[in-house]
Design a protein around this ligand. Sequence first.
Ligand SMILES: Cc1ncc(COP(=O)(O)O)c(C=O)c1O
Length: 439
Amino acid sequence: MLTLPSIQESLELYEKARHIIPGVTQTLAKGVGQYSFGVAPIFADKGKGSKIIDIDGNEYLDLSMAVGPLSLGYCYEAVDTAIKEQLLKGITFSLPHSLEYEVAELITSIVPNAEMVRFSKTGADVTSAAVRIARAYTQRDEILCCGYHGWHDWYISVTDRDKGIPETTKNHVFTFDYNNVDSLLDSISEQTAAVILEPITFTEPKNGFLLELRELCHKFGTVLIFDEMWTGWRLALGGAQEYYDIDADLLCFSKAIANGMPLSVLCGKSNIMSILEKDVFFFTTFGGEALSLAAAKSTMNEIRKYDVPDYLHQQGKKLQQGIKSIIQKHQIPWCDCIGNPTRTMISIQHSTFPALEIKTLLQQEFLRYGILWNGFHTLSFSHSDQDILHTLFAYSEILPFIHDVLYNGNIREMIHGKILEPVFRKTTHFHSKPHLVHG
Ligand SMILES: Cc1ncc(COP(=O)(O)O)c(C=O)c1O
């Protein structure tokens, strides 16, 4: 059996860090809850292309790509050169920088309905700004959502990790179920300021769901916000609006736009966005920080030049179809690979064993093959055919092995690290509104 990597340096640093960094991560999806403590690496040192190297010097094929941002890959030359060139000129300035216009102009030429553009640093910044704008524009308070949109009060109030958020915030935000028009109809009304959602997570929109949603928003005078953190620059050049041919009013982007530099984008129709000129306050010191804008300009140009979304579809399809045929060949009913090829995940449902135990063992076994796996496949332009083949080879070895382990009932003996925690991403029935009857 292949050996597990040595993670001694990671464990030692963790022991020191845990006393001064609560949770030992700034991003939940990168922390020890998602990478089995005791076997998986904890701290990164560097990366190149599709590979990440931990502080013990182990190299892994990275299937998370920093939870989305690395659309082109680690240390992608054109983007790094753009950052270095800008570094020689300055990082942050006392006046707006001309790159703000250049990048905004590029976005308006690529993204449908992006008539006006503003920048910030995090995804939560722009989803929260979009929500505030929608509230001001409609002069209503109520928000309907159905996924994850960041750490700010308005959103986290609907989850069960809501300590520290005033009770009143919760009275204005409710959830609906993706792909379920009836659940939206139950909640939407003339009081609804905005409906915000990711156009797709891991289930394709069914039966014209997005179109119906668009029409309902029109009918009730509600602003439709697409959270395109994951779909932007991956699903299609112009994002989900282009891919599904649906118009939203406001769009929120981040992650893939600057290949790892911190930038987020709020854009949309000018009749709504222009409210930022006077009535709505959305300003932040580093919004026009130029290294990230230089990175975004270069990243977007590369994505357009090489049609990266098409590449991600092709590589993702090879991976997804390959995994599905391994599952079929070995008759493994507890496992599936779901999602759009540009972003897929392994779904686990077993009648006897908890999915998190199985996921933990899968992750552990992937480490033996030099693969950093967290259940998701977030590929980049640097993921080569060789990377896909190696991943499929690992799946073809690991899935039948775990199938046998489950058959023999000894999964706990095989797991050497801590059991993984659930991903913080509730999408159904977590704060739905009392049923409405439309007259
Ligand atoms: C769909 C979606 N929206 C918003 C966010 C929040 O972005 P950030 O963590 O940059 O604030 C995330 C983060 O993962 C996300 O996946």
